[in-house]
Design a binder for this molecule. Structure first.
Ligand code: PMP
Length: 323
C-alpha cells in the first residue's frame, strides 16, 4: 500500500514476492526512516487458522510511526493486509506440527531527496514466510553475553519503537556475543549501565525461589513486547506474583549465586519463551538454576503455546480466527 501526502493511503495489492526498484536517493536508505512488526498466524489444532493479537501489533506499529515522524496506518488496513495475506497464503502453511506463518509488516520512506526531513511518501508492505517449530520438543536454554560498552537505546531515543535503526545499533553487540561463545546479547540501560533491559530481540523475565517473577518496566528504552504482555497476563491469571521493576546485573549474579533466583527466560514472537541457562557478565560467567529449563519457564511456554494453538481457552480474546 502506498502513501503520499496528497492521496493518503492508496494502491493496495497482493503480488508474488519480487524485487522492487527504488531510486538510490530514497530517504530510508540514508536516514533509516523505517519501522516494522513481526507476528504469526498459527494453524490451530481444529484445522482453522488464527492471527495472534494482531491488534496489538497494529497499535505498536502506529506508536513506532509517530516516533519516526511517519503517517499512521489505519488499524483496519494493517489488520486487513495481514488477514488477506494469510488467506492467500493458506496453502503455504508448514504442515509440520508447530509451524506457523510469520508476517513481517513494514513501512519505509520512499521519497527521493537528499535533505534531512521526514519523507512525504511511504511504502507499506507485508512479507509472509513460513517458519517451522522453533523448538524441537523441549526448549533449549541459551547463553547470553552482557554488553558493557554497547547500549541499544538511550532515554528519549527510539528504543520503544520497532525501527530498523535500533537493530543496526545492536548488530555489533550481537556479533560480539557470538564471538564470546554466547547465543544472544543482553543490553543494560544507557545511563547507569546497570539495569537489565532486554535481549537483542526478546524481553526478559526473572523467576525467584518464592515463586514470584520480575520483568524490567517499560521505561521508554525497551520494546513493549507483545509476548511479554501476554506472559504478564497469563502469570497474573494463574495467581503468580509478577512485578515490573528494575533489576541490576550485579543483583542478578548475586541472586543466581545465592539461589534466590531460580530461573530466567527471554520471550518474543519467534521463540515464544526461551530459557536462559548461562550469563557471561563483566565478572565472568554464572549459571542460572541447573542451567536448563526451569519449571515456571516451561509452564509459561506451555500455557502461551496452548492458547496460540487453540488448545486452551482464550479468556482475553487474543486469537483472531480466519476461518
Ligand atoms: N525486544 C526486541 C528488541 C525485539 O526485537 C522483540 C521482537 N519483536 C521483542 C523484544 C519481543 O517482542 P514481541 O513479543 O512483540 O515479539
Amino acid at each position: 500500500i502506498r502513501y503520499s501526502e496528497d492521496k493518503g493511503w492508496h494502491d493496495a495489492a497482493i503480488t508474488a514476492r519480487a524485487p522492487i526498484t527504488v531510486d538510490p536517493s530514497i530517504a530510508v536508505l540514508h536516514y533509516a526512516q523505517e519501522i516494522f512488526e513481526g507476528l504469526k498466524a498459527y494453524r490451530l489444532d481444529d484445522g482453522g487458522t488464527a492471527l495472534f493479537r494482531p491488534d496489538a501489533n497494529a497499535r505498536r506499529f502506529n506508536n513506532s510511526a509517530r516516533r519516526l515522524a511517519m503517517p499512521e496506518l489505519p488499524e483496519e488496513l494493517f489488520l486487513e493486509s495481514c488477514r488477506q495475506l494469510v488467506t492467500t497464503e493458506r496453502d503455504w502453511f508448514p504442515q509440520v506440527d508447530g509451524g506457523a506463518l510469520y508476517l513481517r509488516p513494514f513501512m519505509f520512506a520512499s521519497e527521493a531527496f537528499l535533505g534531512v526531513k521526514p519523507s512525504s511518501e511511504y511504502l507499506y508492505m507485508v512479507i509472509a514466510s513460513s517458519v517451522g517449530s522453533y523448538w524441537k520438543g523441549e526448549a533449549r536454554a541459551v547463553s547470553i553475553w552482557v554488553s558493557q560498552d554497547y547500549t541499544r537505546a538511550a532515554p528519549g531515543g527510539t528504543g520503544e519503537a520497532k525501527c530498523g535503526g535500533n537493530y543496526a545499533a545492536s548488530l555489533a553487540a550481537q556479533q560480539e556475543a557470538i564471538r564470546q561463545g554466547c547465543d544472544q546479547v543482553v543490553f543494560l540501560d544507557a545511563v547507569e549501565r546497570r539495569w537489565v533491559e532486554e535481549l537483542g530481540g526478546m524481553n526478559v523475565f526473572f523467576v525467584f525461589d518464592d515463586g514470584s517473577m520480575v520483568t524490567p518496566p517499560l521505561t521508554g528504552t525497551i520494546l513493549p513486547g507483545i509476548t511479554r504482555d501476554s506472559i504478564l497476563r497469563i502469570a497474573r491469571d494463574q495467581g503468580i506474583e509478577v512485578r515490573e521493576e528494575l533489576y541490576g546485573i550485579d543483583q542478578w549474579r548475586a541472586d543466581a549465586g545465592s539461589g534466590r533466583l531460580t530461573e530466567a527466560f527471554a520471550c518474543g514472537t519467534a521463540a515464544v519463551v526461551t530459557p536462559i541457562g548461562e550469563v557471561v557478565g563483566p565478572d565472568g560467567r554464572f549459571t542460572i538454576g541447573g542451567g536448563g529449563t526451569g519449571q515456571l519457564t516451561q509452564r509459561m511456554l506451555d500455557a502461551l503455546s496452548a492458547i496460540q494453538r487453540g488448545r486452551a481457552p482464550d479468556p482475553h480474546g487474543w486469537l483472531q480466527r480466519l476461518g
